[in-house]
Each structure stands twice: as C-alpha cells, then as structure tokens.
Design a protein around this ligand. Structure first.
Ligand code: HAM
Length: 387
C-alpha cells in the first residue's frame, strides 16, 4: 500500500458531493438541540489517558483494545478521544459550568477514534453528535432526551428504527445481579470464550454483549437485570416508560442492552436499524449518575446520547432521503480579454458580498472554454463582458 497516497485504514474522506449532506444533517441536529435548550461545547481531540481509563472502564473493549494512546514529547500518556461524554464531563467541571443553574445541557459534534476492525458503519475515525444533560435525576430528563433523539430521526425523515430501552440499575442493584449472573455463568464457564471467562469475575454483564454465537447461546437463559432492580430504580424505569408512552414514542424493552462503556446506571437505550448491516446502532446512550462524581468529586446525576453521524448518512442513503442540494452557481461572469477578466473578477467578488454564488475565470481560459465551464458547473445565468 502506498502510505503517501492512501488514507489510513478505517478513515474516510468526505467529498463535496457528500459533504453538503453532512453539513445539512449536522446543522439540523444542532438546530433541534438548540430548541431543547442545548448549548454547544467543543473539547480537544486528545485528553490524558487516565481520564478514559477511569471513566470508560479498564475492562471495556474500548480501553483494553481500541484506544489510540501514545506518549507525547513530554512523556505524558495521551489518548485520542474514543467517545464524547467523558471529555464533556471533564470540560464542564474544569470550567465550573456545574455551578450554573441546573440542568446544564451541552451538545457537541466531535470526531472520535477507536482501533476497531473497519466494516460498513464502523470506522477508526468517526463522528458523534452528542447531547448531555447534567443535574437532573428525574425521569423527565430521560424522557426529554430520548424524545429529542426520536424527534431528530423523524425530522431527518428516517423510518423503521427501533428504540430499545433497558435499566441497568444503580450499583446496589448491580451488586445483587452480578452475584446471580456470575453463579449462572460459572456453571457454563467451560464453554465460554476466553474473553468472557476473563470478564466473568469483574464485569459479568459484558458477557451478555459477546458476539460469539456460543456465548450468545449460553446467555440466552441468563438472569436479567430488570428482575434485580431496587424499588427506586424500578420506579424510575416505570416512570421513564410512562413518559415515553404519553409522548407516543414506541419502544421495546431489551433487558440485554448493557452498552459498551462502564459508566452507565439506570436507563440505557439504543436506536437500531436493520438496514445498514451489522453495525445497526444509529445512536445510544443512557444515564451515568456516578460519572461526574468519579471524575471531579461533584455529585451530579446526568444522562446523554451519542449519535453516529456516518451511520446516519448510511441510512439516509439507503432510504434515499433527498437532502437540500447546495446552491449551484447563480451567475458565471465570463470575460473576453484581460481588462474584461479583471472586471469579471471584481464583479464576482461584489456579488459574493451579497451572498450570491458568482464564478468567473481564474484559470486563463478563452471565452469559448469559459462558456463550456459555466455549463459544466450548471450556472443559472451567464454574463459575458468584453469588447
Ligand atoms: P457508543 O454507543 O459507544 O456511546 O457510541 C455512540 C454511537 O456512535 C453509536 O451508536 C454509533 O452510532 C456510533 N459509533 C460508535 N462506534 C463507532 C465506529 N467505530 N464507527 C462509526 N460509528 C460508531 C458513546 O460513545 C457514548 N458516549 C454515548 C453517550 C453520550 N452516552 C451518554 N452520553
């Protein structure tokens, strides 16, 4: 492979024929989020590695296998962000946003990096549109966030998605559940894949997420977390479901959603498509009531979501959803002779001040070639200046 002319594995170039669609989608998502009260936040592409180890969890695939981690020239361990929530929590705390009136609502669009096996919808560099709500443990926050995502997909015209929800409880529920799950899995240990044997003692719920058909067969009859929720978590989940039903959001309860990151508590959810291949999760998120405290010592419940921009583009393509084409050239100003070409450039620049898409010759073509070019770029009007 030519290392100079080929892009790195798992990365994508977005060309003008597609980039306008991305911009349209990204703007729509931000515009919708704005109406729900979200301000935009931007954070650096890289953070101290320790931040992700602690928050995402050191037994997760993301931390164990997928992070782009390297030493910088000052011998610090640096990691390209594999996801958006943790950097946003860090930035919120570092900049004191948590002292503002609650809830704090932050949205973002960021590139993320995971060393995964690339396939359709799964890349090593990908973009997430995310939204995080800090400072509310009320089920209304869960419902509002989920409804916003539902609203976003609707307004993009995407059809046929399934919203799957689950509650994975609080640390107390997990503790009880882990014991039962471990007991069940221990009895099948001989057949589990080596990865799952490894997970068994520390994060047994991750076994439920294993893609090996043997492990999936074993966990089919495993106990489910919903049967182990404490009263508070169970009531919380009931209220989330009731809100969603009131708002006429269809959902399916999937007690096997565990999510790939360790920080989740209570409500977790995913929006799934069956039309874009194996990587069908267009977005996912959930509550993470313990993360802010874990990172910065401030007790603050939170919930958020991350949407995969590339996967959204895939489904828009698949469902042939037309997006507003960018404005083509409104006026082509052709010039015959040097003076006229000078005038053409000046006029084009003036037209642009009035937001008119105006083009003129900057290549040095003759008049005939200029007219041909105007045709190619589908100019709505042309003017010719010259003697
Ligand atoms: P996540 O489920 O790991 O959650 O990622 C969110 C979305 O990003 C996925 O549903 C998928 O659409 C997209 N995605 C993930 N990995 C890739 C990949 N390798 N290539 C392309 N797209 C991908 C999070 O990252 C959480 N931070 C979401 C969240 C926000 N939870 C609470 N707040």
């Amino acid at each position: 492979m030519n290392l100079i002319t080929n892009r790195a594995k798992g990365t994508q170039d977005v060309l003008p024929k597609d980039s306008f669609k991305r911009s349209f989608v990204e703007k729509l998502l931000f515009d919708i989020a704005k109406t729900y009260g979200f301000g935009q936040i931007r954070t650096p592409v890289f953070e101290h590695t320790e931040l992700f180890n602690k928050s995402v969890g050191d037994t997760t695939d993301v931390v164990q296998k997928e992070m782009y981690t390297f030493k910088d020239k000052g011998d610090r361990s640096i990691t390209l962000r594999p996801e958006g929530t943790t950097p946003v929590v860090r930035a919120m705390l570092e900049n004191g946003l948590h002292n503002n009136a609650l809830p704090i609502k932050l949205s973002y669009l960021m590139s993320c990096y995971r060393y995964e096996n690339p396939q359709a919808g799964r890349y090593r560099e990908f973009n997430q549109f995310g939204a995080e709500i800090f400072g509310s443990e009320d089920p209304a926050a869960d419902a509002e966030l989920i409804f916003m995502v539902h609203d976003m997909f609707n307004r993009l015209g995407i059809k046929g998605l399934t919203l799957e929800i689950n509650s994975i409880g609080c640390p107390k529920c997990k503790e009880k559940y882990y014991l039962k799950l471990q007991e069940y899995l221990e009895s099948k240990k001989a057949d589990l894949c080596p990865n799952c044997v490894d997970r068994l003692s520390r994060t047994p719920m991750r076994v439920l997420d294993c893609k090996s058909p043997i492990c999936a067969g074993i966990t089919k009859d495993a106990p489910v977390i919903l049967d182990f929720l404490c009263k508070e978590c169970s009531d919380h989940f009931e209220q989330v479901k009731s809100y969603l039903s009131q708002m006429q959001v269809l959902f399916k309860i999937n007690p096997r959603i565990v999510r790939g990151l360790d920080y989740y508590t209570k409500t977790v959810f995913e929006f799934i498509s069956t039309e874009i291949g194996a990587q069908g999760a267009l977005g996912g998120g959930g509550r993470y009531d313990g993360l802010v405290k874990m990172i910065g010592g401030v007790d603050m419940p939170a919930i958020g979501v991350g949407l995969g921009v590339e996967r959204i583009m895939l489904i828009l393509e698949k469902q042939q959803i037309p997006l507003l084409e960018p404005e083509k050239c409104t006026i082509y100003i052709a010039g015959l002779g040097y003076e006229a070409r000078e005038m053409a450039l000046k006029l084009a620049c003036i037209a642009r001040q009035y937001s008119i898409n105006a083009q003129c010759d900057i290549v040095g073509r003759g008049l005939k070639a200029q007219m041909k070019f105007a045709d190619k770029i589908e100019a709505a009007f042309s003017i010719v200046i010259g003697e």
